[in-house]
Design a protein around this ligand. Structure first.
Ligand code: SF4
Length: 284
């Protein structure tokens, strides 16, 4: 598959990495020493409970003489569970931009369901993200490992992780509510939605519920969310909010334009002095 291995590297940062790995027998993984080699998985039909796919799928891709799409299909048929780790493996992601006709996710091509979906839909868990949070993967592994069922949505994403938006839990929510945009990247004050292109209200994911490095998130530190968990990722312009007459061209997820205009119209007519001030007064 086509990958930068960002999801693997994210998972290597899991604080409980070794404890999690100790609960599973790792058959093969290209980045670390495993019990079996690439030769073994090519020439022996090994038993496989969980297949984790990282990277976009390009039909007929030959790397080092190996047809990876065939190899993946082969083990996908054997596996009891399949996890597509990352937006590339799930929807096509960044690599799809290179050859949109031939590159896709494993069972989805952006939001379009591929022909193979019916064969795998009952054992597929979609984990989009660029990269995924290490604890999203450990949640799925531990649930599967202990025989639990994971409630999923129509794109097979775990509801626990993706039935909220990135906006949920962001420390800048108060600024969003009162329509106060940030004055720049990295500023402690303001929300990045109105002028800086934050995709948090459109993007499903728990980045502000399960914090990165157990500490923070992109939107909390003052970088707009890029919407990396969505089938539409990557969008053409980051850091930019498309507006029509000052109104965002796209409404927050499942919020009607009428509801949005009513709430923001009221919010905009008030000035909340506390929110206009800097959080830290460096001159005092
Ligand atoms: S910065 Fe983004 S995620 Fe945070 S409150 Fe604003 S819109 Fe929501």
């Amino acid at each position: 598959s086509l990958t930068c291995n960002g999801n693997s590297h994210s998972f290597f940062n899991h604080p409980d990495l070794f404890a999690i790995l100790s609960k599973f027998e790792l058959i093969y993984f290209p980045l670390i020493d495993t019990k079996y080699s690439l030769e073994d998985i090519l020439h022996k039909q090994l038993e496989c409970d969980i297949l984790i796919i990282e990277g976009s799928i390009k039909k007929g891709l030959i790397k080092n003489g190996v047809d990876y799409s065939k190899l993946i299909e082969n083990y996908a048929q054997e596996a009891k569970h399949i996890i597509t780790a990352g937006t590339c493996a799930t929807f096509g992601g960044v690599f799809k931009e290179y050859d949109p006709e031939r590159i896709s996710g494993f069972c989805f091509d952006k939001e379009r369901v591929k022909e193979n979906f019916n064969s795998y839909k009952d054992k597929l868990i979609s984990l989009p993200g660029c990269p995924i949070h290490p604890k999203w993967l450990s949640y799925v592994l531990q649930m599967l490992g202990s025989g639990n069922t994971i409630p999923i949505d129509k794109l097979n994403r775990p509801q626990e992780l993706y039935n909220i938006t990135v906006h949920t839990g962001c420390s800048r929510n108060e600024y969003f509510e009162w329509k106060i945009d940030t004055k720049g990247f990295g500023h402690k004050e303001g929300c990045s939605f109105y002028e800086h292109g934050c995709q948090g209200p459109y993007s499903r994911g728990s980045c502000n519920k399960i914090l990165w490095n157990d500490t923070s998130s992109k939107t909390i530190v003052g970088t707009p969310c890029f919407g990396c968990t969505e089938p539409t990722f990557p969008k053409e312009r980051f850091f930019f909010t498309k507006t029509n007459m000052g109104i965002p061209a796209t409404m927050p997820l499942e919020v009607s334009k009428r509801a949005y205009l009513t709430i923001t119209g009221i919010a905009k007519s008030f000035t909340i002095k506390r929110l206009e001030r800097n959080i830290i007064d460096y001159d005092s």
